[in-house]
Design a protein around this ligand. Sequence first.
Ligand SMILES: Nc1ncnc2c1ncn2[C@@H]1O[C@H](COP(=O)(O)OP(=O)(O)OP(=O)(O)O)[C@@H](O)[C@H]1O
Ligand SMILES: [Mg+2]
Length: 233
Amino acid sequence: MAFVEFRDVCKTYHMGSVEVHAVAGMSFDIEEGELCVIVGPSGAGKTTVLNMLGGMDSCTSGSIRLAGREVSGLSEHDLTLYRRHDIGFVFQFYNLVQNLTALENVELASQICTDPLPAAEVLDEVGLAERKDMFPAQLSGGEQQRVAIARALAKNPKLLLCDEPTGALDYVTGKQILGLLQRTCRERGRTVAIVTHNSAFTQIANRVIHVREGRAESVETNEYPLDAAEVEW
Ligand SMILES: Nc1ncnc2c1ncn2[C@@H]1O[C@H](COP(=O)(O)OP(=O)(O)OP(=O)(O)O)[C@@H](O)[C@H]1O
Ligand SMILES: [Mg+2]
C-alpha cells in the first residue's frame, strides 16, 4: 500500500450545460518520505488534483487514500480534522491573514496542530527572522510566499502540498525554497508534493508525475535526484 493512492479519480465541473472534465481518470501513487513533482501545462488539472488530495475539494468518482484512509469518503467534520492535522497547504496566492504579523500567521497554523514546529524557528529557516513582526501588506510577494510556506511547514504535516510555491519568487529565493522543501523530505522524512509547470524542478524529485488533460500521462522515479542548489532554469 502506497502512502498516497490516487485511483481512477475523476473531477467533473458543470458549467451550465457544459461538463468540464478537470481530472479524467487519474491514477498514481506517492510513497512516504518522497518529494513528488506534479508537472504539466496550464489547465492540465494540477490544482484540482492538489485540492482533492488536501481535502478541499471532493472527487466526482474514484478513490483517494492517504496512509490507508479513504479521504474521498470522509464526513465534513472529519475532512476539517484531516485538513487541520494531516495536511499542510501552500496556495499559489499565499492566503495570509492580513491583520496578523508574519509570526502570528505562522503561530495561528501551529496552534491548532498536535505536533507543531516552533513558529519563530521555521520563519528563520525561510530567511524571515527579521521580518517576523511585519504585516503581509508590508512584505514583498516573495516574502509573503515564504511566510505561507513557513505556515505550512510549522504544522509539521504528514503531507505537504505546494501549488506553484516558487511562482512569486526570484531565482535565488525560489531555489532556496526548493532546497527547504527537499530538506523537509530528507531530514524530517515528510512527504511533499509540488505542483509546477517548470519541468526543471523534476530533477530534484524522487517521483515525477506528468499530467496532461486530466490524466497522469507518465510517472518516473529518480534514484538520484539533484540537490535543489544544483538545479538551473
Ligand atoms: N471551479 C471550476 N469550475 C469549472 N471549471 C474548473 C474549475 N476549476 C478548474 N476548472 C477547469 O478544470 C481544468 C483544470 O484546472 P486546474 O486549475 O486544475 O489546472 P492547472 O493544471 O492547475 O492549471 P494552471 O497551471 O494554469 O494553474 C481547467 O480547464 C479549468 O478551467
Ligand atoms: Mg493551477
